[in-house]
Ligand binder design. Structure first.
Ligand SMILES: [Fe+2]
Length: 255
């Protein structure tokens, strides 16, 4: 993968909330190093041919991380983090995103409270996320045999170090980087002030809304594929059932 050496917007554009200096270090040095190190680690391996998401999923290795995982996830997370912001951001979401936030958290204010708490309490380095969970219940069991519209919900999660909720089968919609390198130059040790500024002045709700739309479409597509898979499986088994029925008929008492 390539490090995109042009930043999304001018490096002064988020000031005074996120300084040029922070972006020069955070994007120009930290983010770049994750991408450069990943490229070195996967050069000439089968991972080199995969999408970044597939590298993350295959190196997560059920939590027993393979060496390229940290750099791959950090490359993804940072790209996603930059795209979660815009100059003149903040405010409130609208439309379907606001409707789901109100449904799943009670109110926008409650959601903000939960998101800020997750970001503030992530011990050490890590990330806080708003994600869309395609299926919150284990629908394979007898108590919850059918997924309902409510199972597809928004949740707040936090993750340590580089971990990305993709590995838990969530669809990330928004993230805030709470590694110290993200805020120390502007806020020193005042992580809660950085988080409030991010929510009130920087979040791009348009980006979050379009990610929600994409996540819902992906979940619907997966459901369709699963339905088709089940149908194909039934059809595959059907001739066997018919054969059994026929052989049962053959076993009937002779005249
Ligand atoms: Fe970072």
């Amino acid at each position: 993968m390539f490090f995109d050496s042009s930043f999304l917007f001018d490096k002064d554009a988020l000031e005074p909330h996120m300084s040029r200096e922070t972006l020069e270090y955070h994007w120009g040095k930290h983010h770049r190093a994750y991408v450069d190190n990943l490229n070195k680690q996967i050069a000439g391996t089968e991972l080199d041919e995969m999408t970044l998401e597939d590298v993350i999923l295959s190196t997560y290795n059920k939590g027993n991380l393979l060496p390229p995982f940290n750099n791959a996830a950090q490359a993804w997370n940072h790209e996603f983090f930059w795209e979660s912001m815009k100059p003149g951001g903040g405010g409130q979401p609208s439309g379907e995103l606001l409707r789901l936030i109100e449904r799943d958290f009670g109110s926008f204010e409650e959601f903000v409270k939960e998101f800020k708490a997750a970001a503030a309490t992530q011990f050490g380095s890590g990330w806080a996320w708003l994600t869309y969970k395609g299926n919150t219940l284990d629908v394979g069991n007898a108590e919850n045999p059918c997924p309902s519209e409510k199972d597809k919900k928004l949740v707040v999660v936090k993750s340590p170090n580089s971990v990305n909720p993709l590995v838990w089968n969530h669809y990330p919609l928004l993230t805030v980087d709470v590694w110290e390198h993200a805020y120390y130059l502007d806020f020193q040790n005042r992580r809660p002030d950085y988080i409030s500024t991010f929510m009130e002045k920087l979040v791009s709700w348009e980006a979050v809304s379009s990610r929600l739309e994409a996540a819902k479409a992906k979940v619907a597509e997966k459901e369709k594929e699963e339905e088709q898979r089940q149908k194909d499986e039934e059809e595959r088994l059907l001739p066997n059932v018919e054969m059994v029925l026929e052989s049962d008929a053959d076993d009937s008492d002779p005249e």
